[in-house]
Design a protein around this ligand. Sequence first.
Ligand SMILES: *Cc1c(COP(=O)(O)O)cnc(C)c1O
Length: 395
Amino acid sequence: MPGFELFDEDERRAVSEVMETGVLMRYGFAAERKGRWKAREMEAAICERAGVSHALLLANGTAALTTSLAALGVGAGDEVVMPTFTFTASFESIIAAGATPVLADVDDTLCMSLESASRAVTPRTKVIMPVHMCGAAADVAPLREFCQERGLFLVEDACQAFGAKYKGKSVGGIGDVGCYSFDFNKVVTCGEGGAVATNDAKVYERADMYHDHGHDHSNPDRGLEGHQFAGYNYRISELNAAIGCAQIRKTDKFITVLKRGKKAFRDALAQVDGVTFRRLPDADGDSATFLSFFMPTEALARAAAREMKAAGVEGVFHWYDNNWHYVRNWNHLKGHSFVHKLSSDVHLPESFDFSASDRWMSRCISISMKLGWREEDLPAKAANAAAAVKRALVG
Ligand SMILES: *Cc1c(COP(=O)(O)O)cnc(C)c1O
């Protein structure tokens, strides 16, 4: 899946352009940088892609989430609703913002549903933060409507779904704010990077200041810039931005390749009795980084993962047993284990009964689609995976 599989002359040239001037910082040094503004260039490309008026490129996707919450004014005493199936960055970013994470179940879309989100809402809720998991959109229209009715913010975690669409719109461009990750394992990569996308100029302005120590970016002399708010440092470097500039131009090409692979695997697995597929609220908009399906039972899911790995199938995930992406093994969160003392305003969850999520996640397997696969090898790869799953089912 990751864009690094197809690094070529484009990425090397973009990095060289930065090294020729030696200006690795995204701000200032106007005379020295010879017109090269890689972070700005990437931000313009994100705006175009996401269909938003403002984008801020920063250090990583986790920082994008924290910065979004801060820019929305979310902090001490506020609750943010997040799904049980996501990367741990969801609760990390909420806690970093000083707010309280509240977990909501996922369903057969592998994402938070309106029903579970609305059950998690309390008078302290400020934000609903769905995650577009594994490259495809959550059913975000009902969540958006719910947020509008209740006066809540909708923050889309589109960190795993850059390039995916939901009913004609780019994910990350639908809520009040959208966040992307361009870390090394994402489909479009900066090496490390992330972005905040929004149509709200005020939110953008506050995010822009927050992510750079409060700098208002109003003066060529940084020492003379104002600081309306205190901030933090989540800046991106020009080297990382340069790689992103080269990568983002390949988004459509990447998705075409991934879709080809996914179709081959899906067609093969659809022939296997007992296999059912993840429900996609917008199948055409899928960025196709993963094929996700359900086995009839948890034990059979484990057996399928085992058989596929033994058969040499690459990129097999049984998320239920994964320590990073599903609540079941988040023992640090469950045990309230943090390196430092949290503010007494952060109320960590005490109860972790998510049987509604378990019902889907215990049976779910995802296979990561590789950009580097050759088209002529797909039928054999897909047949190999399907045969392994079949072996698991017949015992
Ligand atoms: C990757 C990811 C993040 C965090 O992105 P980083 O750039 O690695 O900090 C956040 N949320 C989800 C769902 C992710 O997959």
